[in-house]
Design a binder for this molecule. Structure first.
Ligand code: AHG
Ligand code: MN
Ligand code: MN
Length: 334
């Protein structure tokens, strides 16, 4: 533990500027929500909550009981501070309007994926929660107020429910990681100033989609697989957890590249991962840690959204590898 710094004490000491009070309030609520979610996941099977439901979310994905439970925990718990005037969740088609009485302190928007990697939840593999905070132009926001590019994020972060529960966030001043002490029920600073190595020999991609990828991605992966005998003249290792949070956390700790690129199977829907509550918050974290994040042809944080659940191709991680992937995609076209 780094000098036993409690999360709430860290916030008091490090949040400043116009958003200070709001960030302290919202981040305290968000970590409480993540602690509750950790408990719900931990006791999932004991509570009989590991099954799929007969419902689909707006993306046409079958919901798990825990997708819905974690959505409810997150959306209810994060209203306490009174700073959130509107929310958007992977599990809800429309924006969630917050009752004026619950948002006396206005004016922030909270976007979230309450349970990332939910296909892993009943097989006991790491899952997470991802969130993004934007400033709302209005006290009574409508959908168009949410459609801001990722460069406008005031704060982004995730909780990882892994071998330990961690909370990692950025407000644009580096990336800082905290580990939950289960006995004390508190997060403590364990990973200050997380930095992504510029070079790596590890990639993460769902290889089963190989035949559907575009040529630049096939070329990059081919060269990784050729290892020492190929153009790269070095061997690469591969990981695929199928939980973006777990992959990004691994990359923050030991470097690597994460890719969910465009493929012909998902072309119509624009990609796999959702821009506003998966790609944008993770891109802000990645860039703040010294890594890069791209669609292949543009910086993810500069994509101007036109829909709440818009999807986007995602490639992020160690700087020199992402630069290479961008070069393979050519400089201009989308
Ligand atoms: P979610 O569980 O929130 O729908 O997100 C799952 C995402 C992401 O976490 C992961 O990287 C990817 O989907 C896994 O996709 P495949 O099952 O196609 O590998
Ligand atoms: Mn997700
Ligand atoms: Mn999810």
């Amino acid at each position: 533990m780094t000098e036993n710094i409690k999360f709430s004490d860290y916030l008091s000491a490090h949040m400043h500027g116009e958003h200070r009070t709001a960030l302290i309030g919202m981040l305290n609520d968000i970590t409480v929500a993540c602690k509750k979610i950790a408990i719900a996941i931990d006791s999932g099977a004991l509570e009989g909550n590991m099954h799929s439901l007969n419902t689909e979310n707006v993306q046409g994905e079958v919901q798990k009981a825990l997708d819905v439970i974690t959505h409810e925990i997150f959306s209810e718990t994060t209203l306490t501070s009174g700073f959130v005037v509107g929310m958007a969740s992977e599990e809800m088609e429309n924006i969630i309007e917050v009752d004026e009485a619950l948002a006396p302190n206005g004016q922030y928007l909270l976007l979230f994926d309450p349970l990332d990697g939910s296909s892993n939840v009943n097989v006991n593999i790491s899952v997470g929660t991802i969130f993004s905070i934007l400033k709302s132009p209005l006290a009574r926001p409508t959908l168009k107020d949410f459609l801001q590019p990722g460069t406008q994020q005031i704060c982004a972060g995730y909780a990882l429910y892994g071998t330990s529960t961690m909370f990692v966030f950025t407000t644009g001043e580096g990336v800082h990681g905290f580990t939950l002490d289960n006995e004390l029920g508190e997060f403590f600073l364990t990973h200050p100033h997380m930095k992504v190595q510029e070079d790596t020999q590890e990639f993460a991609i769902n290889m089963s989609n190989y035949r559907f990828w575009q040529a630049p991605v096939q070329r990059y992966i081919d060269e990784c697989l050729q290892g020492e005998e190929g153009d790269r003249e070095k061997d690469f290792n591969m990981r695929w957890v199928a939980s973006m949070v777990a992959e990004i956390h691994r990359i923050l700790v030991r470097g690597g590249v994460f890719m969910y690129p465009m493929d012909s199977k998902i072309k119509k829907q624009g990609g796999k991962l959702r821009l506003m509550y998966e790609a944008n918050p993770m891109s802000m974290i990645m860039e703040q840690a010294g890594g890069l994040s791209t669609t292949g042809s543009m910086r993810i944080l500069e994509v101007v959204p036109n829909a709440l659940h818009q999807r986007v191709p995602v490639m992020m991680g160690s700087k020199h590898e992402i630069e290479r992937i961008i070069a393979y995609h050519g400089k201009t076209k989308r």
